[in-house]
Design a protein around this ligand. Sequence first.
Ligand code: SAM
Length: 379
Amino acid sequence: MTVHAMMPEATHDEAARFAHVVSLKNFLMRNLEPKWRGYVDEHLTPQFAAAGRDAAEEYRDLERRLAKLGAYRTWQALTVAAQEEMWRSVGQCVDRQLGDLDTRAKTIDGGSVRTDSEFVAPRYLSKVDIHLMPGGYAADRGGDDVRQGAVFDKAAALYHMGRNGGELNDVRGHTIVQHLFERYGNLQPKRILDIGCTVGHSTTAIASYFPDAEVHGIDVGGALLRYARARSASLGQKVHYSQQNGEQTDFPEGHFDLVVSSAVLHETSFSALPRIFKEAHRLLRPGGVMINLEVPLRFDTHSTWSRIRGLFEALHNNEPFWIGAQTLDVGAIAKSAGFAEVLAGYQNATPKADRAAAPTFTTKSGPVHVVWYMVSGVK
Ligand SMILES: C[S@@+](CC[C@H](N)C(=O)[O-])C[C@H]1O[C@@H](n2cnc3c(N)ncnc32)[C@H](O)[C@@H]1O
């Protein structure tokens, strides 16, 4: 049994390969990575301090020291290899059933999808395959193709290793709604936009709380969006997906009550992020709310190792804007875009939003998947 009708099915051998990827990733992350963290904290940081240097400030230099160690380079190489094997094994599983998935998507009714064969993805998404996903988010064979959506959905469950809501990968969506309930409890959104929805993991979860709302998701890949529509519909949510750049959409001014993004800001660029916020501001009606959820590994709250790990993401997992997103004053950018009552802080991850739950939004950070960084504001 798959979690929804569009999820690619795995044979026994494919499932065994996926289990191998997950156990290798777990070993690298839970067994080896803490040793590097310890080496940095207990060995290199005191050495830097003895020389009158601040290891956290000079994390790039410290990383160069680490990279001279064969064992460290082996950890790096294995981490990249595990990621590549994840995409390879999932890609082969999807390709075995691709025709069937394309056809299945057409038989599932609900919502809509609008693609544009002339669409050009922004350079920061087309020039690198983010997360090493072959072809990147924009890959599309046209017609009824859903391949990139199926690959992303199947791989995401392995990638997050159960920490984002298992195969539904929807904890971030529930967490956005929890933030809304806690901080903007009076808002009853009738029109909602999710910018950078990918295959609708968060969009579908958000839609489930507002059955009367018209819910839209935009992203840059036609195959992602065709898959997303069928996936949402198979989970009982009618979502309208369209292939658009969040920096400039074709929706009318003041069209939405709520505009959200989830884990998108670190995949944009210095120049795109303010434009996305300005566009969100244009799209909201007065009194409407913008909520952005981001990775919580902000440089001002996290350890030296976290900075080094961020450098790894940027250089070896094709996340060129990772460090920019963790160091920028995102709240200030929201204010510059015109938002009032801007909040920036951390919200506990939750698998189910609840209006009656005790508030968890604070200024205290925590580990990724345990808390999320939120920046929100009102038009
Ligand atoms: C990590 S994924 C987001 C996952 C998804 N929001 C969720 O919560 O499951 C980042 C997504 O943002 C999209 N994205 C980044 N910049 C964008 C832009 N300017 N316009 C539309 N989508 C964008 C990428 O194409 C990618 O699909």
